[in-house]
Write a protein that binds this ligand. Sequence first.
Ligand code: FPP
Length: 266
Amino acid sequence: MGLFGKWFRKLRVGAFTAEDMERMRADDDELPSGDNIPKHVAIIMDGNGRWAKMRGLPRIAGHHNGMKAVKRITKAADRVGVEVLTLYAFSTENWKRPKAEVEFLMKLPQEFLAIELEELIENNVQVRMMGDRGQLPDHTVAAVEEAVRRTAHNTGLILNFALNYGSRHEMLEAVKEVARQAAAGKVDPEALEEADFEKRLLSSGLPDPDLLIRTSGELRLSNFMLWQLAYSEFWFTDVFWPEFGERHLYDAIREYQRRARRYGGL
Ligand code: FPP
């Protein structure tokens, strides 16, 4: 069943309710359009813990509902023609959290993919992961790698999970590789260009994010894609990630469409 499967199924059986019609009209009114839809949207999904606390729930309930938002926003991004959606799911600094929370977070990709992988495949979504696989539990890596392998030939939306990702670590590793190759005489440091560095980053092959979104009212980058975000447009919202919906994404995109990107020019 594709993205609009639910509607098509109802269309076939002629089962639209007044509520459905209203919802579709509202959806259409809200949908950003035009040729300047951001190709790559990157999101720092923040506020799961506070969302849960406000409801008297354990933090993991916030993460669990955050997982539902991942599904919602993946569909919404695909629907408007975003080509790459990068989601910051776990940073290299998140290991400092209590063990039980880390363990829960490590199970989420597995749970998400167990429920969603077939639909992602049907919808032509390509799953990728950027981050250091070394420290991750085997079950997390196995689930993500299965999804990466089974969607590798898909040509639709790229859903890129930043998992055990840290931008400084990523850049340091790239620098080490360049240094090793220079020491071996394989690279001339003076001839090195930005593109040569970029291809050694974990985001290699992806365009830089056009739009960065951070939820929950925090105004910082938290070691996320520091190189790649050099010319991105930033959009912040107070909304906590578990309640971030299609409307918020579309608001962000419409605001992006109103901005003039000058890349340092006039
Ligand atoms: C930050 O909120 C959120 C995280 C560290 C985890 C993000 C993970 C998800 C949204 C689920 C990922 C799902 C998949 C499928 C990989 P926080 O806990 O720091 O919130 P707080 O600042 O309110 O405490």
